[in-house]
Design a protein around this ligand. Sequence first.
Ligand SMILES: NC(=O)c1ccc[n+]([C@@H]2O[C@H](COP(=O)([O-])OP(=O)(O)OC[C@H]3O[C@@H](n4cnc5c(N)ncnc54)[C@H](OP(=O)(O)O)[C@@H]3O)[C@@H](O)[C@H]2O)c1
Length: 333
Amino acid sequence: MRAYEIRSGGIDGLALVERARPQPGPGEVLVRIAAVSLNYRDLAILRDPLARGIALPRVPCSDGAGEVLAVGPGVTRVQPGDRVISCFFQAWTAGPIGPEAMASALGGPIDGVLAEEVVLREGGVTLAPSHLDFTEAATLPCAALTAWHALVESGRLRPGETVLCLGTGGVSLFALQIARLVGAQPILVSSSPAKLERIADLGAAATVDRSTRPDWEKAVLELTRGRGVDHVVEVGGGGTLARSIEATRIGGHVALIGILAGGAVDPTPIMRKSIRLQGIYVGSRAMQEAMVRAFEAAELRPVVHRWFRFEEAPDAFRALERAEHVGKIVIEL
Ligand SMILES: NC(=O)c1ccc[n+]([C@@H]2O[C@H](COP(=O)([O-])OP(=O)(O)OC[C@H]3O[C@@H](n4cnc5c(N)ncnc54)[C@H](OP(=O)(O)O)[C@@H]3O)[C@@H](O)[C@H]2O)c1
């Protein structure tokens, strides 16, 4: 059975190796992986695994979809033949996150899913949405669930509310689609008119091209008649947060998710505007199950930018690094 291992820092540190076929123990399931989607986090880990305290070699990636081949003793939740997707955290069933969950993130503290066959915990998978093929279903565990957690679980998003989405990457496009699913009004800011063109039919209430409007927070205020948005899905972090807060209504909600823009934050405007700033770390299995039900009911389909073959995984990471993608990059096995 072939798997990728991170052997050292950088995309060139990724090695395709032969590993023994894993066997499911009690409470575990063996999954033949059919597709893996990439997240910015996978790239960040690959660039500098030691800075994140990752022991090497490590199988990367959190997001896989495939078929259950066998189950270990005592498994009742799934059976051979089931189509499943991984849970980012193997040990976060429901409720608030805790240290045990944090230590169970695939492709970080434990081996991930960029392999032909993987053993996951019985509670570390959910059924894949029935309307999606494996390449689509593989995009859900990290990016989609993070957006779902931010807006639906933590944000309690309501119809008619406004949602600011930054960029056209994985998390942001799911945030746009989830906002639409709920009947809310997504406003999306992108660096590129060409990328905005590509998402024209995705249902944004308005878009802002930040290449011509570097003061995009003012454009967002204009679009909301000076009031500001109800929710922000903040993937930029310290480098974009000040603008995001300016674009948020008094008493609004900012879900702090990403680190794309680096930078530091002045906390004063958060206090002055009574902003609810909530850190989000992917989500629990219960949240994933709720999201899968909602996506099935709405027949929501993810935006997949490009597919790569398993042997081309390093090229898939290079494509993610170029940041020319709109939506998700997927590796098909
Ligand atoms: N906390 C969590 O649980 C969690 C979960 C998932 C992801 N994340 C984080 O969220 C971020 C996004 O992840 P992803 O996988 O969705 O990334 P991605 O697919 O690589 O998206 C990157 C896109 O974000 C936009 N962007 C880049 N730099 C920006 C900046 N300075 N200001 C505004 N927009 C910028 C660009 O879109 P345009 O060119 O269209 O502007 C870029 O193509 C990452 O930092 C990731 O680590 C966190």
